[in-house]
Design a protein around this ligand. Structure first.
Ligand code: ZN
Length: 303
């Protein structure tokens, strides 16, 4: 499954051929949101800029290894997160939502237990291929399908309450009890929504006649990992832009607001910050020049 859009694939093709204008366009497109993401973790602006620059270097050096297992933005965020974790040894960086800093995350991840580990970074390609045996990737693909069907079903029905409940359960991995508290509903309603979602997912998968699902806890684990690494319920960047301009339908506005401010999805908050600061571009020009200078030399080595 290739998650990069047609336009992105075309841009990447041009970059692989060493097209400097394409690389410039790419850096311009992504540097702002990466810097916002880094700045939420690394307090000094200069340090955050260093990490962003290193991320672009890592990206261009590993371009051949990027197969489109997640979209380009998520892949860049993955590389950036790894840089921050490596450089600052900040364990909380495994939390992808602000709300996870406040509530206990179900199953308590141990260190190094990262949903994004599935996504190959530079130098990891070979081992990732070895792990991704055929049966496992079929199950993963079927589950990813089932999950996006679930999410788009809830969105189309404008059932944002159930979407928020499933998001808190599967994206943030909070307990039924905490979800009930945040949503101000009864705990057995949360349990019901969870039961209904799992049933729909299993029904979707059973139609595929796949090998038996991973046993018990592993199934839910794979599900939450997928939800995180595919960012299934994250609004599109253009939707976040409309949120900023306050042009969304009230129900959508409320939902995006919840995702950004109650959940506190770090990826989407980085986009929001970037969209806000696009109007004050001056400060970003310098970083752009730095990135271009340090990466352009790698362009010709790609083919
Ligand atoms: Zn998000």
């Amino acid at each position: 499954m290739n998650k990069a859009t047609k336009a992105e694939q075309y841009l990447l093709e041009r970059i692989r051929r060493g097209d400097e204008a394409a690389w410039s366009e790419f850096v311009n497109r992504y540097r702002g949101r990466l810097l916002s993401f880094a700045r939420a973790r690394v307090s000094q602006r200069a340090d955050a800029e260093d990490v962003v620059q290193e991320t672009f270097i890592a990206f261009i050096r590993s371009l051949r290894g990027y197969r489109g297992d997640c979209d380009v933005e998520t892949y860049l965020f993955v590389l950036l997160r790894r840089k921050v974790i490596d450089t600052y040894r900040d364990k909380r960086t495994t939390h992808i939502c602000l709300i996870q800093d406040t509530y206990d995350v179900e199953g308590q991840r141990t260190q190094g237990d990262d949903p994004f580990a599935e996504i190959p970074g530079p130098g990891q390609t070979a081992s990732w291929y070895a792990r991704a045996d055929e049966q496992y990737s079929l199950q993963r693909a079927a589950l990813a399908d089932a999950l996006s069907e679930l999410v788009s079903g809830l969105k189309n029905a404008l059932d944002f309450r159930d979407l928020q409940i499933t998001e808190l359960l599967f994206y943030c991995q909070l307990s039924n009890k905490d979800v009930a508290k945040i949503m101000a509903v009864r705990e057995n309603l949360v349990a019901l929504v969870k039961h209904r979602s799992l049933k729909q997912i299993r029904k979707h998968i059973s139609k595929r006649k796949l090998p038996p699902e991973p046993s018990g806890g592993n199934f839910e684990r794979l599900l939450t990992d997928l939800w995180e690494s595919q960012r299934l319920s994250c609004p599109k960047r253009s939707t976040i832009g409309s949120y900023l301009l306050e042009t969304l339908e009230p129900a959508w506005h409320e939902y995006v607001d919840f995702h950004l401010n109650v959940l506190g999805c770090r990826f989407c908050r980085a986009n929001l910050e970037d969209l806000r600061s696009r109007t004050t571009e001056a400060g970003q020009k310098q970083l752009y020049a730095r990135i271009m200078e340090s990466t352009v030399g790698f362009l010709s080595t790609q083919s």
